[in-house]
Design a protein around this ligand. Structure first.
Ligand code: NIG
Ligand code: FE
Length: 421
């Protein structure tokens, strides 16, 4: 295979020599090289530098050239929280919300997650895979180079296994790296409405052992929130997962001060995600821990929730990862450039902080920081080449319009996303 030289790079972000999680003031640090080149060998970053250090090439025949046309190069997005495997859509509930129903009210009526679980049951594994791959293609074109995908619309052993098998097939066939999370405790199926502990027992005693045996998941998740799973139930499920080597990445504090952040920290979760309800207590708890707070601003946007206090969290010294939450109910989009805009506008994060949250910190939230999330020799050559832009602030500033010109996945040009906008 030929090496690839990317030339005419206006700015190359984020160059670093360690893959550390960015916290507090460090979240604003985004080292770059101006007027840069980068060489890719096979699927890895081989070398890069400033044009003044360019020593030339002996044998041009060994190289394929990609012209960055004075665009900016970034590591591809690391989307650490998604539900991209689902069937159909739920735009009727979207209309119900416009007409005044809340997310919780829709869920109580048997809509929401339960609605998607009926769709899963009526969809074959093959069909589910095909639908999901269309979304995978869409997010790759939007610059995503690694993604976590959750189950959670099966809600019975056979259907959860079906979803996880689809995720496994996506892992094997899509060009991007995928992490798989078992989310059996996403909602209580209607028939266990009056005996939620029995459903928890099925999750811990039937689903987890089967899924672990078939090696279908990397992580375990629970929706620890008002109207869904309690702190005690969450702890039980996380413990059961840990017994099989599945670490937690949990949904917490989206709808209330649920205690989800505290139980996530207590159980050594890799990340606690959502966090719309976060006060000083939760911030202090996170400060004592290695658990990564992950914010999903497109969900707060879509559901009209108050946004989490990202500024306060960063100013308290915490790290932040940002992710899409791509799902049919609360964030039917995996558009990371839009999340970039929301994080700047609604979370008051600086563009540099957002890039770190979407790259290296997102990689940490999937334990992929040694391969993804920054420009370092030996890391995966998953890159975004933007159009020519005056500064990276142009990306969130130009909301609703993609500034991505080309995407490189594992050293290969994925697609030319040049459009007329
Ligand atoms: O992350 N909050 C729980 N789960 C998803 C929503 C899933 C759905 O509504 O389908 C979320 O927002
Ligand atoms: Fe989610």
């Amino acid at each position: 295979m030929k090496k690839i030289l990317i030339k005419n790079i206006d700015k190359l972000f984020t160059v670093c020599n360690n893959s550390k999680l960015k916290k507090g003031l460090d979240m604003k640090k985004l080292p770059f090289i101006e007027n840069a080149w980068i060489i890719i060998n096979d699927d890895l970053i081989f070398d890069f530098g400033h044009m003044k250090d360019w020593k030339g090439i002996d044998n041009w025949n060994e190289f394929e050239i990609i012209d960055a046309e004075n665009g900016t190069v970034l590591p591809s997005w690391c989307d650490s929280h998604s539900h991209i495997v689902f069937s159909g859509s739920r735009e009727q509930e979207f209309v119900d919300k416009i007409n005044g129903l809340s997310y919780e009210e829709i869920a109580k009526k048997g809509g929401g997650i339960l609605n998607s679980s009926i769709a899963i049951k009526n969809t074959t594994e093959e069909e589910l895979y095909q639908q999901s791959m269309i979304r995978i293609d869409e997010v790759i074109k939007g610059g995503t180079g690694a993604i976590e995908i959750k189950s959670g619309y099966g809600l019975e052993t056979e259907q959860e296994v079906k979803m996880l098998k689809v995720i496994k097939r996506i892992k094997e066939t899509s060009p991007i790296t995928v992490k798989s999370t078992f989310l059996g405790a996403h909602a209580v199926p209607t028939r266990y409405k009056n005996d939620t502990d029995e459903y928890v027992r099925i999750v811990t005693d039937e689903m987890i052992p089967k899924i672990a045996k078939e090696e279908l998941a990397d992580y375990i998740d629970v929706f620890c929130d008002k109207g869904f799973f309690s702190v005690d139930q969450t702890e039980k499920i996380l413990k059961a997962g840990l017994n099989y080597g599945l670490k937690g990445k949990i949904h917490a504090n989206e709808l209330a001060y649920s205690g989800g952040i505290q139980v996530g920290v207590k159980m050594g979760a890799i990340s606690v995600d959502h966090l719309e309800f976060t006060s000083d207590n939760e911030i202090n708890c996170l400060k004592e821990s290695k658990t990564i707070p992950t914010l999903l601003p497109s969900t707060a946007f879509f559901l009209g929730l108050d946004y989490p206090p990202a500024r306060k969290m960063i100013d308290s010294g915490l790290p932040i990862a940002l992710a899409s939450d791509y799902n049919p109910g609360s964030s039917p989009s995996g558009n990371i450039e839009f999340i970039f805009s929301l994080a700047c506008i609604k979370l008051k994060m600086n563009p540099e902080e957002v890039i770190n949250a979407l790259t290296i910190n997102g990689a940490h939230a999937m334990e992929l920081q040694n391969e993804f999330g920054s420009i370092e020799k030996g890391k995966k050559a998953n890159l975004i080449i933007t159009k020519k832009i005056p500064s990276i602030a142009c990306i969130p500033y130009s909301f609703g319009k993609s500034l991505i010109n080309k995407v490189i996945i594992e050293g290969k040009l994925y697609n030319d996303c040049n459009t007329s906008n």
